[in-house]
Design a protein around this ligand. Sequence first.
Ligand SMILES: Nc1ncnc2c1ncn2[C@@H]1O[C@H](COP(=O)(O)OP(=O)(O)OP(=O)(O)O)[C@@H](O)[C@H]1O
Length: 276
Amino acid sequence: MNAQPKEQHVTQSTTRSTPIVRIRGIEQHFGPVHALGPVDLTIERGEFVSIVGPSGCGKSTLLEIIGALQDPVRGSVEVDGTPLDGPRRRTAIVFQESATLPWRTVVDNVAFALEVRGVGRKERREHARELVEMVGLGGFENHYPAQLSGGMRQRVAMARAMSTDPDLILADEPFGALDEQTRMLMAEELLRVVESIGCGVLFITHSIQEAVLLSDRVLVMGRRPGTFIDEVPIELPRPRAHASLSEPSATASQERIWAQIRSEAEVAMVGTRSTR
Ligand SMILES: Nc1ncnc2c1ncn2[C@@H]1O[C@H](COP(=O)(O)OP(=O)(O)OP(=O)(O)O)[C@@H](O)[C@H]1O
């Protein structure tokens, strides 16, 4: 299958408001390398969309374009109904190794984005404390990043991302550096937090399980230049937890996604061997 995903309004029929993200015909090239596209994508408000696909297919490139960290060579990006012309205050971006500031305590790391925006000290610390509590770090407010585990530091990054009242979270392999158990716990935590604030999420992961557990829709990207080759609606009831993955529909979704990725990765590997 090599079609762009249909303009689906399947899982998001509950809202008729402007989508939080609408991109059309996005393409990216780096010199002679055609890295991405063309791709179309719509994310509704409050919708959780994951992208999975073989290494190097253009996932991070797409996320960075939506986050205004790079400009595409072709196509249009609208966020919240407005053409994107630079970084937005209400778009939060979380990376695999989101940096924490080592000389600041947990609460001051979380308050940092508010400080930059000129929010008063008392107000920003109060809000930061609530967020620290929300991501399960209550009691660690005054610890420094070096005193925390990798998973706890990633929770700090998550709390900081939430501090600016995001309507869109762009997450690029946010749990990729964590061990499997921490990763699953963090995924459950993220679900809880996102459900409580109701923002749209674009989530890139190499873990099919994680994508199925978290998402309303999983988009499968084919090998470079990446385009969407499948769109898998995840119809598991919410709230979800790790156990949801053993439900028959979740297993079927994982198998469908894996079959697509495997065939793309195999073709990519053969291509690499034959061009050596
Ligand atoms: N700044 C750049 N300059 C040149 N090539 C780039 C640049 N950024 C990305 N690329 C190339 O574009 C392609 C897509 O990269 P991208 O990082 O988006 O892939 P990805 O799907 O996120 O990969 P992974 O899953 O391994 O993180 C790759 O071939 C990469 O080498």
